[in-house]
Design a protein around this ligand. Structure first.
Ligand SMILES: [Zn+2]
Length: 230
């Protein structure tokens, strides 16, 4: 097999990632972001739209790195998720983290697979400079905690966040929920209730939702004990 490290871009603008998510959803069901119903069916998108098989296994044992949480093989069309994330089975598993990881792998497919598909062009461009890398088969990306801060991992996380929690839907749902409970005098309780309710509607983990709400600056509308919505 031909082994060569693919050169992925260090930077992909957020707007480009958002547009790729919009295109993916439109190609999947012909609807704009605002027309999507919740939760976004990321397993269906991976399996039936993109043609990947979704598999669970102990990836640490499988690949020899205990911090591996996901894996995508572009040639075999396989996505592997670590068993520790399996909802309802593993004590550390929950649906939010599992679906986020599936979405992260979809992100690699949408953002990075084109560079794999074009590797022959890349190879001829860089042939004299690029050493052959035997660490990783060129058809696959292994996702490890240790490499969480690598550009392609951050890009796949952002893609997952945009896919599972599209901005327009988060804003819409946020305002709907906060309107329902805007008279609650306890800001902390409001934050808890809103975040929990959003997680329930979007099928995400609390951590992923908090990161998303911070990025969208939605809490800035909450001042003191009063809800002032932006
Ligand atoms: Zn990854």
């Amino acid at each position: 097999m031909n082994y060569q490290k693919i050169i992925y871009p260090n930077y992909i603008p957020d707007g480009r990632i958002r547009r790729l998510v919009e295109e993916l959803l439109f190609n999947f069901n012909g609807k704009s972001i605002a027309e999507q119903t919740l939760p976004i069916p990321v397993e269906e998108i991976a399996e039936f739209h993109l043609g990947y098989s979704l598999n669970l296994d102990h990836l640490g044992d499988r690949f020899g790195f205990q911090d591996t949480f996901g894996f995508i093989d572009f040639d075999r069309k396989e996505i592997w998720i670590d068993s520790s994330l399996e909802p309802g089975v593993s004590p550390t598993g929950n649906e939010g983290r599992y679906l986020f990881t599936v979405s992260h792998e979809i992100g690699h497919d949408q953002l990075h697979r084109p560079f794999y598909d074009n590797r022959h062009i890349q190879k001829s461009l860089f042939d004299s400079e690029q050493p052959v890398d035997n660490d990783q088969p060129d058809a696959a990306i292994m996702c490890r905690e240790k490499e969480k801060r690598e550009p392609q991992e951050i890009q796949a996380d952002l893609f997952a966040s945009e896919l599972l929690m599209p901005e327009v839907l988060i804003r819409q749902q946020f305002h709907e929920i906060t309107n329902e409970i805007r008279r609650n005098p306890n800001r902390w309780a409001v934050e808890m209730m809103v975040t929990d309710e959003l997680c329930r509607r979007f099928h995400t983990s609390k951590q992923a939702m908090e990161i998303r709400l911070d990025k969208l600056k939605l809490w800035h509308g909450l001042q003191g004990n009063r809800l002032i919505l932006t």
